[in-house]
Design a protein around this ligand. Structure first.
Ligand code: G3I
Length: 366
């Protein structure tokens, strides 16, 4: 019997007898399995940060040793008004990390998306510069001793590798990227500093990303790592580009991380994670409401296995693999780019039960 079938049989029995928590705590642990290879992270939502469900907390603590806030440290939430910050949930996140021995990656200081609404009313360089400086100084400064790393700048590139047109580029010019790293380093000298993007394994965007990193390095600011988000599609994982990217980014002296890993199984007519791209609601785009067919489940498991094989091959360069959500029910992909779909992109199902993909990944270390 395969690893998956054995555990599945035990899990089903325990589910029927209502002792799922015990079962969840008896399955292998991702963080322990890969403890000599790289960190294993997850994105956390408000409910998880606030520990509203003790079984969920136990599950997270057993499986992961790193975490990224899915939303609560984004500027719209942490800095809602010009002179008002909201640190309530971010502080809880930091406490969660301390209490459970989970390293926190701050996400994210400078991003064109999820900006506070007051930014739309600003039309001069001085005020944008003041916002930029104050935001970094205040947020990075507050957590300087209790988070591990920051995604300093997020998604600053277009698909062709040129700089994305954002309020920061418009008012501050392209030097804003190196400046963000310099300011964060000043505010939080002991925290690791990363650039994070999606599709930056693709050749044109990767070339732009390398260029961006070299400019930060040439400015004298510190940059410790690069995050490849890893929002990919089942059966279409760009393995060759991923491997090439690991090698090229590491050659710049950077740590390489997979920071928002999920594998979409539903139909979509474009790649990437630009939250402004959407598709209309249509039942043909939501085919698996009754469950994931076996052939797709197998492909998902094969894709995850091959990905982790590649990560292990380059474990001297890859320092962290973070999933974008704990289980399929938490995933943002249930709501994007089409609202209200039933998606299956992660290793755990909606009840935190391990899927075949989980055992394929774990099996690599058996
Ligand atoms: O909190 C409000 C709630 O009060 C309101 O009722 C509801 C109505 O739509 O919206 C809620 O906010 C949503 C928020 O998630 C919290 O659930 C926003 O609409 C929604 O846009 C937001 O989506 C997040 C998205 O970033 C926004 O940019 C996703 O959860 C989050 O997973 C996603 O994460 C990004 C990374 O930060 C960067 N890389 C791409 C990745 C996926 O898009």
């Amino acid at each position: 019997m395969s690893l998956y079938k054995t555990f599945r049989a035990v899990g089903t029995t325990l589910l029927m007898t209502g002792v799922t928590t015990g079962f969840a705590q008896s399955i292998p642990s991702l963080k322990d399995t890969f403890k000599n290879d790289f960190g294993i992270g997850t994105a956390l939502n408000n409910s998880q940060i606030e520990e509203r469900d003790p079984a969920m907390t136990q599950f997270i603590v057993r499986q992961f040793n790193m975490a990224t806030p899915e939303n609560v440290m984004k500027s719209a939430l942490i800095h809602p008004k010009w002179d008002t910050y909201d640190f309530v949930v971010p502080d809880k996140l930091v406490d969660f990390g301390k209490k459970h021995n989970i390293k926190i990656n701050g996400h994210t200081l400078i991003w064109h998306s999820q900006l506070p609404s007051f930014i739309r009313g600003i039309h001069n360089k001085d005020s944008i510069q003041t916002f930029f400086n104050d935001h970094i100084k205040t947020v990075a400064g507050r957590y300087k001793d209790n988070i591990f790393s920051w995604d300093v700048v997020n998604e600053a590139l277009n698909e062709d590798g040129t700089l994305r047109k954002t309020v920061f580029l418009d008012y501050l010019g392209e030097g804003y990227i190196a400046e963000a790293f310099r300011l964060t380093q000043q505010a939080a000298p002991n925290v690791e500093l990363y650039y994070n993007d999606y599709n930056n394994e693709q050749p044109a965007k990767r070339a732009g990303c390398i260029n961006l990193i070299k400019k930060v390095q040439a400015s004298g600011a510190r940059i410790d790592g690069v995050g490849i988000q890893g929002h990919w599609h089942v059966g279409k994982i760009p393995f060759k580009e991923i491997e090439e990217s690991i090698l090229q980014y590491a050659a710049l002296g950077l740590k390489v991380m997979f920071t928002e890993l999920d594998i979409e199984v539903l139909p979509r007519n474009f790649q990437g994670a630009d939250v402004n791209q959407r598709m209309g609601v249509n039942p043909s785009l939501n085919p698996y409401t009754a469950g994931l067919p076996d052939d797709v489940q197998k492909q998902l498991a094969a894709d995850y296995e091959a990905l982790f094989k590649l990560f292990l091959k380059h474990k001297d360069k890859v320092t962290r693999v973070t999933f974008w959500g704990v289980n399929d029910g938490n995933s943002w992909l249930n709501g994007w780019p089409v609202r209200g779909r039933t998606n299956y992109p992660l290793l755990f199902d909606r009840n935190n039960q391990p899927k075949p993909a989980f055992y394929s990944v774990i099996g690599l270390k058996k």
